[in-house]
Ligand binder design. Structure first.
Ligand code: COA
Length: 390
């Protein structure tokens, strides 16, 4: 059975910071952020957006009435969870008005978990060919003001419908994966911000990539020449390039040029959003699909997923006929166009305006957040969400 990504949607919060201005405010050469790290803009979530609202806003754009009936599994990958017990998937299921006869679960393994969701979704569709699965990766990446990780923050979500006979990308069945218990990035339960051994995480990202790529070649006999493009988990856009360049010489000059050019296309959206952890690889895939004009149906795309701690996976998909027709390019152009730039001072204010950590109730000001779905407050320890368009 052909199973894969049938639909893909994306959402970023309504604010962003210009990385050149952030560099200037931090006394850093702007080229470090825009070239050395490879980020132009950083999406910023107001307090009225959390992982649940980002996810629901992303999914809202792609699901229709038929999807609402057929989706019977919601798999939500996030490392910005809002509760130790109740899954973020249940809130999203309700906010979207999905068929109640569904399973809804949150998955965690740092930036890798949406990929786990996709692989589980494939198994579910294989057993239940007429159903559909909603897989979401949504996160707010926070390292802290003035930290080395600050330039690699971001916020947003990617939502995908996985089904049989997919319209966008048929997922093949020869992925390779690798797990090793390391401490390169983590966020203890008591902390709003992540702890990271930045240099070590870069090294491990590349090491895991090399391991799964070698295993993939060994298992399948394929080479770089089989691929139109490789997409990477993108904590910052230079990171994927650092991994790609370790294997580029395996290809002819022509293959190298093609993969380099398509890598640049695959990071255009990521350059403007920053790190969205679980959704980052899929934002890169979306950028490639929407922004390229050379890749044809039938061509193969490789995807590298990495989640600190750590799990890595390399898997592949085949582009489907007329895939461009089923994308929402205008909507995403509009999303970028409608975002508001905020000053570094305002960013710091928004960043520090977090929810009460002592269990107090709060009503949030929603006038500054035009998103269709937002968090309106907390009452009796319960988050209250609003869907403006339902
Ligand atoms: N012009 C152009 N490039 C410049 C520059 C300038 N003026 N100044 C520095 N750079 C380059 C550096 O050479 C370096 O490039 P390289 O990585 O190719 O060697 C890059 O900018 C980053 O500089 P560096 O000094 O290494 O940055 P840093 O120590 O301040 O932090 C991270 C970089 C990625 C370690 C940090 O942002 C971080 O910890 N991020 C979170 C963890 C993460 O995203 N990990 C990824 C795997 S999940």
């Amino acid at each position: 059975m052909n199973i894969g990504i049938d639909k893909i949607g994306f959402f970023a919060p309504p604010y962003y910071v210009d990385m050149t201005k952030l560099a200037e405010a931090r006394g850093v050469d702007p080229d470090k952020f825009t070239i050395g790290i490879g980020q132009d803009e950083m999406a910023l979530a107001p307090v009225t957006q959390d992982a649940v609202t980002l996810a629901a806003n992303a999914a809202l754009q792609i699901i229709d009435e038929e999807d609402k009936e057929k989706i019977d599994l919601v798999l939500f990958g996030t490392e910005s969870g809002i509760d130790h017990s109740k899954s973020a998937a249940v809130y999203v299921h309700n906010l979207l008005g999905l068929n109640p006869y569904a399973r809804s679960v949150e998955l965690k393994q740092a930036c890798y978990s949406a990929t786990a969701g996709i692989q589980m979704a494939k198994g579910h569709i294989a057993l239940n060919p007429d159903s559909k699965v909603l897989v979401i990766g949504a996160d707010i990446a926070r390292y802290g003001l003035g930290t080395p990780g600050e330039a690699t923050q971001g916020a947003g979500a990617v939502a995908m419908v996985i089904s049989k006979d997919p319209k966008l990308l048929l997922l093949e069945n020869d992925s390779t994966y690798f797990t090793n218990d390391i401490m390169d990035f983590w966020r203890p339960l008591y902390s709003e911000n992540a702890y990271v051994d930045g240099k070590f995480s870069n090294e491990q990202y590349i090491l895991f990539f090399n391991k799964v790529w070698e295993k993939y070649k060994e298992r399948t006999g394929r080479t770089l020449a089989d691929f139109a493009a490789l997409c990477f988990h993108t904590p910052y856009t230079k990171m994927g390039w650092k991994a790609l360049r370790t294997i580029l010489e395996e290809g002819t000059e022509e293959v190298q040029e093609k993969l380099k050019a398509n890598y640049q296309t695959s990071i255009r959206y990521n350059r403007r959003v920053g790190n969205i952890y679980t959704g980052s690889l899929y934002l890169s895939l979306l950028s490639l699909l929407e922004e390229n004009d050379t890749i044809q149906a039938g061509e193969k795309i490789g995807l590298y997923s990495y989640g600190s701690g750590a799990v890595g996976e390399f898997f592949t998909g085949i582009l489907q006929p007329d895939y461009k027709k089923y994308l929402h390019i205008n909507r995403h152009e509009e999303l970028f166009r409608s975002r508001e730039e905020v000053s570094v001072e305002k960013y710091e204010e928004i960043f520090q305006n977090t929810l009460p950590s002592d269990g107090a109730s709060i009503e949030l000001e929603s006038d500054n957040d035009p998103s269709p779905i937002y968090l309106s407050g907390i009452q009796d320890h319960k988050r209250i969400y609003v869907n403006r368009i339902r």
